[in-house]
Write a protein that binds this ligand. Sequence first.
Ligand code: SF4
Ligand code: SF4
Length: 241
Amino acid sequence: MSGKSFFIDLSRCTACRGCQVACKQWKQKPAEKTANTGSHQNPPDLSAATLKLVRFKETAVGGDFKWLFFPDQCRHCLDSPCKLASDPVIQDAIVQDPDTGAVVFTEKTKGLDINLVRPVCPYDIPRVDPVTKIMYKCDMCLDRVRSGMLPACVKTCPTGAMNFGDRQDVLAMAAKRLGALAPRYPQAALIDARDVRAVYLTLYPVRQYHAFVQAAEAAPGNFSRRSALALLGGNAPRTRT
Ligand code: SF4
Ligand code: SF4
């Protein structure tokens, strides 16, 4: 499997939010008016205007307090449930770039129901603009990548947490980094590496970071990758609440 991939090394993320800001700048997305929720996570969730969000989680791991950071974005699934769900309704409202593998939402998504697309995403990524009804998510900065540049979030990352390149090189980099960290962090893992193009390296159990880090660990009532794909083969999608 060729194309491009991200490697997101959470052991190097300091939650500077440079990636979140760079994404907004490149995509020309507006700031969102928010209220203090008692967390540094701001805005509180992904939206049509926030395609990349650094999630903050205060949690206990092995009796120690940890402050975990998770820069959330579309994983660019190899067999993307969002595209599989939407193609029978509007063909190519969601497209997959043959060279990079990027999964891209087009303006045709305004004809889709978000309650069809969002529930089948194992990572809870798609969001809809309440005014235009167009759906949005990370598009791998395909315009930049086609011009030989790095995605904006990767280019700006000062710590090496965000990495991007040819898939085989990225997977090799990820495996090497996991090998280096595993002796010190026995629960370290590469998440869904065979299925997605945004591969995260976690140090602690995935649910400690966020409910939708790993497809198979989706919260009760939501979908694993397997259940999402099985659903598309048979019954009608259901709404995530
Ligand atoms: S690749 Fe581009 S669109 Fe996707 S999260 Fe990074 S900056 Fe945003
Ligand atoms: S992470 Fe979700 S939105 Fe992104 S390609 Fe996969 S199913 Fe689609």
